[in-house]
Design a protein around this ligand. Sequence first.
Ligand SMILES: [Cu+2]
Length: 153
Amino acid sequence: MRVLRSVLAGTLLAIAAAAVGAPPAPPAGVRIEHAWIRWLPASLPAAAYAEIVNDSAANLRITGASSPAYGMAMLHHSRLAHGDSTMEMIDHVDVPAHARVKLAPGGYHLMLSHATRSIKPGDTVKVTLEFAGGAKLQADFPVLPANASGPSH
Ligand SMILES: [Cu+2]
């Protein structure tokens, strides 16, 4: 009876997790560090930066992002072309096994636009990274002023 009860409890937990739509997690050892958002005035798009650490044995690919605070989140890559900084939309960022990839000014970043509420420096925004295969990983991104160069830690 006790065994049956624990099997039942496990099943109910699984059903509950499915009911709230909990997405599969990436492998253990994958984490988001030094996350931040550079706030810009008015309704200008904001760039989100972080370091994606992959301490797992799996090669991972980031294929998208989302945030409840923004209607749109895109993967972008900035680069210098003929002395001008330009950015383009990309459809993935690879994070090889046992490697770390920086989303940083002048390189990869998330472009957040169509804010769903008023956002200002000092706020914290949840951003979810989406990986190929469906895994998702969420982190808190502190919103820093336009002249910030990164989180203080
Ligand atoms: Cu951009």
